[in-house]
Design a protein around this ligand. Structure first.
Ligand SMILES: Nc1ncnc2c1ncn2[C@@H]1O[C@H](COP(=O)(O)OP(=O)(O)OP(=O)(O)O)[C@@H](O)[C@H]1O
Length: 337
């Protein structure tokens, strides 16, 4: 199918350049899936992916959370085809409204995208501004170095080619493409912390400190990420020494030898625990759970265990210490709890 060439505006060229670099570093030659929300970032990303990473297959998730969401999703898919995508699918999902809606929507979205990607990497439209906001929010909340390290440009299967591109550039690229992107009303509502960071805090910091604050925050993330990679590599060796794996049974996985962990620096030990827990079905692991898990290694003398996010309906994952080993098992949730 022939389509008109993309306009050669400077903003779109910058976005294309970022995607080209990403493909050179991480591309598999199989084309890509693009997670398209219809907003400026992912729309510009889609156009660039068609030109630089094709064949590109657009995936649009309709969460059915707002009236008219189906029409927004259909329009995004139609735009993807007009931009030259090889295919465009709308994935309609139902989000469990219990608990935090934003987090549940995100989790459902990633599950749907992961299931539909057909072995292709999935490109997301996160920009340098998203990275800067993540770091700033993390700093203000006292997060650990892992959160401050922000997002990676490739965390298989998720690719983020635009982490070096400012949000304003994706907006301009859409202008060059003569596309009017979808504006999520949530992204304008000042009740959301991120929106205020974006529209009030970052501009104020730039005013006080001069330009380049967003780039500086993103650089901090890069440095912490590099350090984190070294710590993770050490953590993997620690896990091997502690006998990660061990004996799997129907309702308990392997075990870690507490004696091998006790003298390890807590920063490395927590990373090791985190990798092990996530590799064995834990989900949405919080810093607090991780610290409680770590306490099982050192000071812990009593009975019981630490509830870890994950498990399955009717049963939760519990980490316990028995006979000098940490084991992770499923414990049925009683009807009265
Ligand atoms: N409904 C959707 N359908 C497909 N892809 C989406 C959808 N919403 C978001 N995305 C993808 O995720 C990227 C980031 O979007 P957004 O910042 O809204 O998501 P987020 O996952 O909430 O971000 P964060 O996790 O950093 O808070 C988008 O650029 C797009 O690639």
């Amino acid at each position: 199918m022939s389509r008109p060439p993309l306009p050669e505006g400077p903003a779109l060229l910058e976005v294309r350049h970022a995607v080209r670099r990403w493909v050179a570093a991480h591309g598999t030659g199989t084309g890509v899936a693009v997670a398209l929300s219809g907003g400026a970032d992912s729309l510009a990303l889609t156009a660039a992916a068609v030109a630089e990473a094709g064949p590109a297959h657009a995936l649009v998730v309709d969460h059915r959370l707002q009236e008219g969401s189906a029409a927004v999703a259909e329009q995004a898919a139609a735009r993807a085809l007009a931009l030259g995508c090889a295919s465009a699918r709308v994935l309609t999902v139902s989000v469990d409204r219990d608990g935090g809606l934003e987090a549940a929507a995100r989790r459902t979205r990633y599950e749907a995208l992961g299931a539909a990607r057909a072995d292709r990497p999935v490109l997301l439209g996160h920009t340098l501004d998203d990275q800067a906001e993540t770091v700033l929010l993390g700093l203000a909340r006292g997060s650990g170095p892992r959160s401050l390290a922000g997002m990676r440009d490739f965390d298989a299967p998720w690719g983020r080619p635009l982490l070096t591109v400012r949000r304003g550039v994706t907006a301009k690229a859409c202008e060059e493409l003569e596309l009017d992107p979808y504006r999520d009303p949530h992204n304008l509502s000042p009740e959301f912390t991120r929106v205020r960071l974006r529209s009030e805090a970052l501009p104020l910091l730039e005013q006080i400190l001069g330009g380049g604050v967003a780039q500086a925050l993103a650089r901090t993330a890069d440095q912490l990420r590099e350090d984190g990679e070294v710590l993770d590599a050490i953590a993997v060796r620690v896990l091997a020494d502690a006998g990660s794996g061990g004996v799997d049974t129907a309702d308990a996985v392997g075990g870690l030898d507490v004696a091998e962990l006790v003298d390890i620096h807590p920063a490395v030990r927590r990373r090791a625990l985190r990798l092990w827990l996530l590799g064995n079905g834990a989900r949405d692991l919080t810093d607090r759970q991780l610290r409680a898990a770590d306490d099982l290694i050192g000071r812990w003398r009593g009975q019981g265990g630490v509830a870890i996010g994950g498990g399955r309906p009717g049963a939760r994952l519990v980490l316990s210490r028995r006979h000098g080993r940490l084991t992770l098992g499923l414990t049925a949730i009683g009807p009265d709890r």
